[in-house]
Design a protein around this ligand. Structure first.
Ligand SMILES: Nc1ncnc2c1ncn2[C@@H]1O[C@H](COP(=O)(O)OP(=O)(O)OP(=O)(O)O)[C@@H](O)[C@H]1O
Ligand SMILES: [Mg+2]
Length: 308
């Protein structure tokens, strides 16, 4: 009772408590008001039904956001985004020959953000699509493309991205799903790294029958508690995260009979390895590294154990 009076005095007028009963729990809401003579009036109400409805509404809203509302929103956003991207590309083509370095750099930055946005949309939009498909596709190119877009963003945060993508034969994976996976892993790695950090994305055959996609960063790493929870739906430590990135990756990989393995330790960095069974493929060399000198098959300090 003294707690309730304390609450009333501190201005906290309405609260609820959960009571254990034989048939289950009962949610009891109460309101406190203070009379002129210093007495208190307490009003109790069984709000179990309201609480259940609210919980169910929140759950449905979450599902609706992911499964129903999102495709419509994405559809509405995709066309204007494509138009704006095209307009910036044209502006850039005109600005570059004029030698205006500042304008060119700004337009490159805008373009990188627009492309990242488009990757986000693709990533969300691939929900329901499968990683493993019948038709072979150039997965090496898909990984390289995403890595190059993300490289610009990493660079803006003072992070160096090393790309080590080996040339591969056409493989039976959906390039859009592959891009979404690489985008999610690189977004996490960039977010985890500080200025001066290093990330490595590599794609190579681990053996003739197993493809290995790996993203390694030397960022802040995960505590054992976060590591245990990180692939649980809606688990996030990011203020604006949805906690779905790793879930999407793991589900897609496991559905393709692959494995997603995360090694991480606080202050040591994180290594996410994806192993996918593939039809026997020849071992091939690395693709030529991309435009900036920072890119290429350079080793990033491995967070947990040496790369096999
Ligand atoms: N490379 C990493 N380094 C450190 N922590 C990581 C890393 N990758 C994931 N995590 C942890 O796992 C959590 C879940 O990651 P996940 O990608 O599923 O969701 P998110 O990044 O929080 O949100 P989003 O759905 O927008 O991707 C992150 O919030 C973070 O705490
Ligand atoms: Mg994420």
């Amino acid at each position: 009772m003294s707690t309730l009076i304390g609450q009333a005095r501190s201005g906290e007028r309405s609260q609820s408590i959960t009571l254990q009963r034989a048939g289950g729990t009962v949610e009891v809401g109460y309101e406190i008001s203070e009379g002129a003579d210093g007495s208190f009036i307490l009003l109790f109400q069984d709000i179990t039904a309201q609480v259940r409805t609210r919980t169910e509404r929140d759950r449905l809203l979450q599902l609706a956001t992911v499964d129903e509302v999102l495709p419509t929103v994405l559809h509405e956003l995709r066309n204007p985004l494509a138009a704006v991207t095209l307009a910036v590309e044209v502006l850039l083509e005109e600005a570059e020959p004029r030698g205006d370095a500042e304008l060119t750099e700004s337009l490159h930055t805008v373009l990188a953000e627009l492309r990242r946005m488009s990757l986000v949309f693709q990533g969300i939009g691939v929900g329901g699509r499968r990683l493993r498909v019948q038709q072979g596709a150039a997965i090496d190119r898909a990984v390289h493309e995403v890595a190059r877009i993300m490289d610009r963003l990493a660079h803006q945060s003072g992070i160096t991205l090393h790309i080590d993508v080996h040339a591969l034969p056409l493989l039976p994976f959906d390039p859009a799903v592959v891009k979404a996976i690489v985008f999610n892993l690189l977004s996490n790695a960039i977010y985890a790294c500080r200025h001066g950090g290093h990330i490595k994305v590599s794609l190579r055959p681990r053996s003739p029958e197993v493809l290995l996609l790996r993203v390694t960063d030397d960022g802040r790493g995960m505590t054992p508690e976060v590591l245990a929870e990180c692939t649980r739906p809606f688990f996030t430590t990011r203020s604006n995260g949805s906690g779905l990135g790793l879930v999407v990756c793991r589900e897609a990989v496991e559905e393709a009979d692959g494995r997603l393995i995360i090694d991480s330790a606080p202050g040591q960095g994180t290594r996410v390895s994806i192993e996918l069974p593939v039809p026997a493929m020849p071992m091939m060399g690395a693709l030529p590294s991309s435009r900036r000198s920072g890119l290429g098959p350079i080793d990033v300090h491995d967070p947990v154990k040496p790369e096999e």
